[in-house]
Write a protein that binds this ligand. Sequence first.
Ligand code: PGA
Length: 265
Amino acid sequence: MRYPIVAGNWKMNLGRVEEALAFVRHIRYRLNEIEGVERVLCPPFTVLAAVAQVLRPTRIGLGAQTMHWQDQGAYTGEISPAMLAGLCRYVILGHSERRTGRVAFPDQGPEASVESDAAVNRKVHAALAHDLSPIICVGENLAQNEGGQTHQFVGGQVRAALAGLTAKQAERCVIAYEPMWAIGTGKAATPVDANRVIGLTIRGAIADIFGEITAQAVRVQYGGSVNVENIAAFMAMPEVDGALVGGASLKPEFVELVRRVALVR
Ligand code: PGA
């Protein structure tokens, strides 16, 4: 039995201490009361320490949105795993907004690759070495989806991200299947499609490397326009172990979304 996990990816929102704390104080008691589902908030770095403080008396987990793989050095603006260790338990790695040029090259279209598979793999190793659990994002773009390349592309991302890990380390990873065309668009994948990609492609790739027991143990979330209305349909799918939630994690309704995950499981 895989324990469901829902993570709220705040992205570049609620990054001022007073607004972040006001939001977390508003939701934390109700969020904390929900049984049967792991819940994680991933705020911007600027408020990570402040939110950690407010969450201390709760069982709500905390995660960062990215990190470098080196412990220290001349990497302007980067945050290292050593800095995060002790502050949070999770770190999102390889989000498509970082893998593609969306952050670094806003005028060049989304195809410029910035965070490579190799970089994501280094980050996964570094996170685990510091006792951080990575939430590894994978997912195809619209052209790949329409061109029938989802299986090959997403399978390749999973293999690359997990390369060189032991089975035990792989089991500590969470994978988030986030089709790029579904992120922030209000156009989620169908639960049946998400279930198929997660079961066949993602668990298939994990099974190829580590065997079937590991493939059945790794938790895989769906992400991309998840909201209060559609979450139950995703959770009704046997391969879906939770969700990575962007926009809908910025509102108090996130509590209701998490509650619905717990109700279905
Ligand atoms: P969304 O974002 O829920 O706003 O579509 C999901 C994500 O990017 O993790």
